[in-house]
Design a protein around this ligand. Structure first.
Ligand code: PXG
Length: 482
C-alpha cells in the first residue's frame, strides 16, 4: 500500500492530556448502578468497586488512583502494538472525516475494507490447495465464529452433503460468547448457563499435557494420542455427519495450553482422512502473538477457515473476520449465489483503516519478526527460569504467550485444593504490585504487548518473581503445603 493512501486531509487535533483527574468514588458508584460488565459477579463487584483504568502508554496502564501497572495481558490479548500509537488514532480520525461509515451490502465497498482484504490475503501463507484470497468481516471473534458456523453449513449444503452438520470443538477451548461462539467453546461454566451448546456442536478433550498425560508417556506420544480423540469422536458420530473441527493453535483463555509439536500434524492427517473442514481460531494467536502473521504456519497445518479479531487492530477499534481458504471460497462463490449473511459493520471503513495502519506499523517495526527471533526467545529464556521457583510446577512459553502452573509439590506435581484459589491469591499480589497477570485456576498466564524491550522483559520477570515469593509466603503461612 502506498504510504500516502492515508495522508491527512485535515490536521489532527492536539493530543488531549492523558492523565485526566477522575473522581474514583463517583465513577464506581455510577458503574455499580448502571453498567453490567462481562463475566462479572456484580454482587461482589458492588462491595469493592471497579478498578477504573484511565490512560495508557507503551506497555503500561494507569488507574484513577494514579497507580501504574505493567500490562502483561495486552488489554485482553489484543494490544499487540502497545498503547499510545498516534498513527492508529490519526488513521481513525482521517477515515472518520472522509467516510465514517458505509455498508458493504448491495454491491458496494469502501477503500480501506478492500485494501485490507488484499493485505490480509497477502500476509496469509499459502498451504497447498488452501491459499487464502478472501476475507469476510465482522466486528469481533464471537461474530466471526458465528459466521464460521453459517459458512461451514452453507458449504456442505452446496457440496450436496447437508447431513454434515456437526462441528467438533474442545473442552476448555474458547471461541466467544455468542450462542454459537460459546457453544463451539468448551467452557463448562458457559455451557451451564442458557442451554448450551446448541445442537450439532460437540467436544473432545483438550491437549493439556499436565492434565492428561499417562505415566511414562512422552510429550510427543501424548500429542498423537490427544489428536486421536478427534478420530474417535468422528467415528462415534459417523464421518459423513461431521462438518468441521475448530481449535485454537494455542488455547488462550483456557490457560495458555500449548500443544505438543506432534498434535496439529496428526489433527491435519485426521481431518484430511475424513474430508472434514479445519477451522483455526486465531483470534489470539495471529498478528505476531506466536511470531508469525498467522499461527497455522508455526504449527504447520492447513486450515480452511481462520478466525481473526483482536490484534488485527491492536484492539484500538473492534474488528474481526474470517480468512476463507480457496476450498470453501470457490464453492461459495462459484456455486453459492447469494450468501444470506452479513453485519451492519462488516468492512467498517474506520476499523479497516485502523487495521491497515496497524499492520503497516507492525511491518515497519518488524514486530512479528522480533517475537520470532528476538524478544520471543528472550521471554522464553527468562520465563522458564521461573521453573526454579518452589511454587512453579512448569513454566513455558510459545511466542509472546506464557503460562506457569502453581503446584503444592514440585516433584510429584501435586496440585493445591482448588477451593484455596492459590491462583487468585497470586493474581491479587500481581495487581497490588503493578503487574497484570491472569489466573486461570492455578495457571498464571501472560501475553504482553509485542513491543517489549529486553529490559522490560527483565522488569516483568522481576515482578513475577516478587509476586510468586509473596504467594509462597502466604501459602506457607496458611499451612497449605501440608
Ligand atoms: N476466539 C478466541 C480464540 C478468543 O480468544 C474469541 C474467539 C471471541 O472474541 P470476542 O472478540 O468476541 O471477545 C476470543 C476472545 C479470557 C478472555 O478470559 C479471552 C477472550 C475474550 C474474553 C476473555 O482470556 N478471547
Amino acid at each position: 500500500m502506498s504510504k500516502n493512501a492515508f495522508a491527512p486531509v485535515i490536521a489532527p487535533p492536539a493530543i488531549v492530556s492523558k492523565a485526566q483527574a477522575v473522581d474514583t468514588k463517583a465513577i464506581q458508584a455510577l458503574d455499580s448502578a448502571h453498567y453490567i460488565h462481562s463475566f462479572t459477579d456484580h454482587g461482589d463487584l458492588a462491595t469493592r468497586g471497579s478498578r477504573v483504568m484511565t490512560h495508557a502508554d507503551g506497555i503500561y496502564v494507569w488507574d484513577s488512583e494514579g497507580k501504574k501497572v505493567l500490562d502483561g495481558m495486552s488489554g485482553l490479548w489484543c494490544v499487540n502494538a502497545g498503547y499510545g500509537r498516534k498513527e492508529l488514532a490519526d488513521a481513525a480520525y482521517q477515515q472518520m472525516m472522509t467516510l465514517p461509515y458505509y455498508n458493504s451490502f448491495f454491491q458496494t465497498t469502501n477503500v480501506p475494507a478492500t485494501k485490507l482484504a488484499a493485505k490480509l490475503a497477502s500476509l496469509a501463507p499459502d498451504v497447498g490447495d488452501r491459499s487464502f484470497n478472501h476475507v469476510f468481516y465482522s466486528s469481533s471473534g464471537s461474530e466471526s465464529n458465528d459466521t464460521n458456523v453459517r459458512m461451514v453449513r452453507r458449504y456442505w449444503d452446496l457440496m450436496g452433503q447437508p447431513q454434515r452438520k456437526v462441528i467438533i470443538g474442545r473442552h476448555n477451548g474458547y471461541h466467544g460468547s455468542t450462542m454459537a461462539g460459546a457453544s463451539l467453546g468448551g467452557m463448562s461454566g458457559m455451557h451451564a448457563q442458557g442451554d448450551l451448546p446448541i445442537p450439532n456442536i460437540t467436544h473432545i478433550e483438550q491437549p493439556y499435557y499436565l492434565e492428561n498425560v499417562l505415566p511414562g508417556e512422552s510429550e510427543a506420544d501424548f500429542g498423537v494420542r490427544a489428536a486421536g480423540w478427534l478420530e474417535a469422536k468422528i467415528l462415534e458420530i459417523g464421518a459423513d455427519k461431521v462438518a468441521a473441527f475448530i481449535g485454537e493453535p494455542v488455547q488462550g483463555a483456557g490457560g495458555v495450553i500449548i500443544p505438543p509439536a506432534t498434535y496439529w500434524p496428526e489433527i491435519q492427517r485426521i481431518v484430511d482422512k475424513y474430508g472434514i473442514l479445519l477451522i483455526s481460531d486465531e483470534v489470539i494467536c495471529a498478528f505476531g502473538r506466536l511470531g508469525h502473521w498467522f499461527a497455522y504456519e508455526k504449527f504447520g497445518y492447513k486450515p480452511d477457515l481462520v478466525t481473526f479479531a483482536k490484534g488485527v487492530t491492536s484492539g484500538y477499534i473492534p474488528l474481526g473476520g474470517v480468512m476463507v481458504g480457496n476450498r470453501v471460497a470457490s464453492v461459495l462463490i462459484e456455486k453459492g449465489g447469494e450468501f444470506n449473511h452479513g453485519y451492519t459493520y462488516s468492512g467498517h471503513p474506520v476499523a479497516c483503516a485502523v487495521a491497515l495502519a496497524n499492520l503497516e506499523l507492525m511491518e515497519r517495526e518488524n514486530l512479528v519478526g522480533r517475537v520470532k527471533d528476538d524478544i520471543g526467545p528472550y521471554l522464553a529464556k527468562r520465563f522458564t527460569e521461573l521453573n526454579n521457583h518452589p511454587l512453579v510446577g512448569r513454566a513455558e512459553t510459545c511466542g509472546f504467550t506464557a503460562g506457569l502452573l502453581l503446584v503444592k509439590n514440585k516433584k510429584t506435581m501435586e496440585r493445591f485444593n482448588g477451593d484455596l484459589s492459590v491462583g487468585m491469591v497470586c493474581r491479587g499480589h500481581c495487581f497490588s504490585n503493578g503487574l497484570i497477570m491472569r489466573a486461570v485456576g492455578d495457571r498464571m498466564i501472560i501475553a504482553p504487548p509485542l513491543i517489549m524491550t529486553h529490559a522490560q522483559i527483565d522488569e516483568l520477570i522481576d515482578l513475577i518473581v516478587k509476586c510468586l515469593d509473596l504467594t509462597y509466603a502466604d501459602v506457607q503461612k496458611n499451612g497449605w503445603l501440608a
